[in-house]
Write a protein that binds this ligand. Sequence first.
Ligand SMILES: [Zn+2]
Ligand SMILES: [Zn+2]
Length: 354
Amino acid sequence: MGRVRALTYTAFGATPVVASVPDPSAPPGGAVVRVVASGLCRSDWHGWMGHDDDITTFPHVPGHELAGVVASVGEGVDAGWLGRAVTAPFVMACGECAVCRAGAGQVCPHQRQPGFTDPGCFAELAVVHAAETNLVALPDGLDPAVAAGLGCRVATAYRAVVSRAVVREGESVVVIGCGGVGLASVAIARSRGAHVCAVDVSAGSLDRALFHGADEVVDASIGADKVVAAVAAWSGGGASVSIDALGSPQACRTGILALGRRGRHVQVGLLPPTAGRADVPMERVIGWELDVLGSHGMAAADYGPLLDDVVSGRLDLGELLAPGEPLGLAAAGEALVAMGSSPSTGIVLVDPAR
Ligand SMILES: [Zn+2]
Ligand SMILES: [Zn+2]
């Protein structure tokens, strides 16, 4: 058995190191992908901190925003996949259960998540389970590095805005938190003809939100009550849709209170219980008939419209999908650790071959 390079850590909070790990083989029904690029995401930091119960074995390989080329396939998988440029959702569905058959693989009860339940893609080779369900063939002309940038954040934002909130032309959308998923939400909502207000504490993040099409920005450091008042003034009584792209009890509550009557709140940012439970104003949810919706990734079968929007230019993600030089594995480990003390600056790519 050969060996491949991977970023690993031996305990929660332990310094990630570049190590040589066993060369994975394709399991029955699965495939092995030679990783061309992988996004580095705040979920990787949450996992490293021990906020995710799915990580149970060490050393652990993080990374869940995968793009690459199919290197081998297991029993039962079409050999036509070999050599194809692919991506895969971070929620890898089983493809066989009733939930999957109903088209909701993003919440499959038997889901596996690379970088959490399984070794991730900060490695030269990564396994995709249930390959026929989870592999997404990239259209011609879409660079795998760009596809990695679509990773969990853009795909998650796309499902939240398009499939969960069902944002329509002319609606007002408030996006709280302007990291990767927030900026993608801003751009996607704009591509659907909505008016967008972005909220963040960072002036730099608000500048990026303006660049991605926000009509209005609000500095969250003025305090939650004033943010709610500012959104109400901007939208004429409350937003049609709020998206918590940050994931904090305060952002969740602010998002719900910033809605107008019959508004829809989509919770995208993770709310690990260790950060405290969100205090959801249910009296408002009832009295104003608000919808509070969760959004969890996006199933492979639903990637088509997103890829079409990117390739056609309807959705222009600009520099979000054309970040600077990818990091090598060692630099990725340093960047992962630094995420705890630095604001998100959008999408960072990792090239495991570097
Ligand atoms: Zn399933
Ligand atoms: Zn992610």
